[in-house]
Design a protein around this ligand. Structure first.
Ligand code: FRU
Length: 543
């Protein structure tokens, strides 16, 4: 079902109309794949997490939302709130197009708490650029039309955390950029700072910085970072924050090419570590790295929760509809992940508060897995938190399957390629395989693992995945958060994460299988309970 959006300059009326349309869509949602503990809209389309802010009492999460259909369209902001970092309460839609500046969409942005307590929200007002003037009218650009852009940075405030008052444009569109969006604002000493994603006049991806003494008046500071690859034409959703002495610049680059197992989706997001001081540009000190190796991760944003940097991303299917669109909803967020800097890399670990959602413990024991004979850990489960650690033995591949012989998604640890991956070959609609190079996978060689690590370090060969010598093999241990329409795999300490939408039909057993070899693992399986306890009736599951 798809309903039509019509612009109105009355914000309250725009929100009321959008809520009514979304309720109509929600009444028709099929809940079979609807997330039990990931954030999604009651119905319709969502993309980027927006406006993450923890006030001390409440964690606000907003998201890009088209409440009228399961496809991207004029953007609104959806809103949910958590008090415990695990369960969520829905708030009414927060923002809808209603100004000339945001007539074609309230695009992504961020939020912070002002010193006097109210919420400050910054977002991109989007206007679709009308027909460009004829080529050649710009004397400087060798036949190219001048750059045009309809994006400006806008401000809104909320005193009650429920209703939002728009304050209009605070950073108008600069001359001669092609894209200008996704403001991330934070307080740094006495100054407020904003980073914005830019496609420059010469089609390069850049991050610009602005400063403000009071959140109302903003001044251009500098180009904080320009991507060195000329094919990367836009850096969406920049986020910039310190972890200790290191500055982290996260962005979602458009135009980046696949490299080994990384950046294989139409959309992907990653980070640079480096140094920065006010009054300077950002200096990367290490190569760009992907944040997530799964099928479905983009546009992450972070916030601080009691001093802990925490990240949410968007899980979408990029360029094609997810199978769930037929059920009335498209897209969800990842679980909140704590961000840690370890051995020069970011590690992402599910926020510890998520364990509050654990319900029945269905398995918590060692499992001896004889060669090629499946062991069922739990039967017919919709949502689960699973951990597996290799104790002994050797095999070619270790497979954790969610589903049945007819429909399934598998997490595969492969000793030959030294990877951990998500295989959706048996799922519905959105298929494909994604993997991450992960040295502990070589542990499946058993006693030969140490020898192999030694050989690789000596020769510099590390399987098919990297030319760097292998680090000493850490223990092989991973966690999988299974939801009704997704899996999130956290390898080791969070040094590899794969987030994938995955639609499996029918009975969902959790099965372990050691292929071509005998191994013993320690495993645990908890059923996950619903993160929206006061969910709308439409989310009730048929028995
Ligand atoms: C990223 C993005 C942002 C933009 C928003 C629009 O997915 O394209 O750059 O603000 O989505 O929905």
């Amino acid at each position: 079902m798809s309903l039509s959006f019509e612009f109105t300059a009355d914000h309250d009326a725009a929100l009321a109309r959008a809520r009514a349309a979304n309720a109509q869509l929600a009444a028709a949602v099929n809940p079979r794949w609807y997330p039990r503990f990931h954030i999604a809209a009651p119905a319709g389309w969502i993309n980027d997490p927006n406006g993450l802010v923890h006030t001390g009492e409440e964690l606000h999460v907003f998201f890009q939302h088209h409440p009228y259909s399961t496809e991207w369209g004029p953007m609104h902001w959806g809103h949910v709130v958590s008090r415990d970092g695990a369960t969520w309460e829905r708030r009414p839609l927060a923002l809808a197009p209603s100004l000339e500046a945001d007539r074609d969409g309230v695009f992504s942005g961020s939020a912070l708490q002002a010193p006097c307590g109210h919420l400050e929200v910054f977002y991109t007002g989007n206007r679709n650029v009308a027909e460009l003037p004829a080529a050649g009218s710009d004397p400087d650009s060798a036949g190219e039309p001048p750059a045009r852009c309809g994006q400006s940075q806008c401000r809104a405030i909320s005193r009650d955390g429920v209703t939002f008052e728009k304050k209009g444009v605070v950073v108008p569109t600069p001359e001669d950029v092609r894209d200008f969006r996704d403001p991330k604002v934070w307080r740094h000493g006495d100054t407020y700072r904003m980073v914005v994603g830019v496609q420059s006049r010469d089609r390069r991806g850049e991050v610009w910085m602005y400063t403000s003494p009071d959140l109302a008046r903003w001044t251009f500071d500098r180009v904080l970072y320009r991507h060195p690859d000329p094919r990367v034409f836009m850096l969406e959703c920049p986020d910039f924050f310190p972890l200790g002495d290191t500055w982290v610049l996260i962005f979602s680059p458009m135009g980046i090419r696949p490299e080994g197992f990384a950046h294989c989706n139409v959309n992907s997001a990653g980070y640079l570590l480096g140094s920065w001081r006010p009054g300077e540009s950002f200096e990367p000190g290490a190569p760009y790295r992907t944040l997530n190796w799964g099928h479905s991760f983009y546009a992450p944003q972070t916030c601080l929760i009691a001093g802990q940097r925490t990240l949410f991303g968007w899980m979408g299917s990029f360029g094609r509809a997810p199978a769930s669109a037929a059920d009335g909803w498209s897209g969800q967020l990842t679980v909140p992940m704590s961000v840690h800097l370890e051995s020069g890399e970011l590690c992402l670990r599910p926020a510890p508060t998520l364990t509050r959602l654990r319900g029945r413990c269905l398995w918590n024991d060692d499992a001896a897995l004889p060669a090629s004979a499946p062991t069922i850990l739990a039967r017919d489960i919709t949502a689960a938190d699973i951990s597996v650690t290799l104790l002994a033995g050797a095999c070619e591949r270790l497979r954790l399957r969610i589903g049945s012989d007819t429909s399934s998604v598998s997490i595969i640890v492969d000793r030959n390629s030294g990877t951990i991956g998500v295989d959706r070959g048996g799922a519905v609609g959105n298929l494909g395989y994604r993997a991450a190079p992960w040295a502990p996978a070589y542990r499946l060689w058993g006693e030969r693992a140490a020898e192999i690590a030694g050989e690789s370090a000596a020769t510099g060969a590390a399987g098919a995945t990297s030319a760097a010598p292998l680090a000493p093999l850490a223990e092989l241990s991973f966690r999988v958060l299974v939801d009704a329409g997704s899996v999130e795999v956290i390898a080791g300490n969070g040094e590899r994460v794969l987030s994938s939408l995955a639609f499996v039909e029918g009975k969902r057993d959790i099965t372990l299988l050691a292929e071509e070899g005998d191994i013993t693992v320690a495993a645990s399986v908890w059923e996950m309970t619903d993160a929206f306890p006061q969910a709308e009736p439409v989310l009730e599951i048929d028995a």
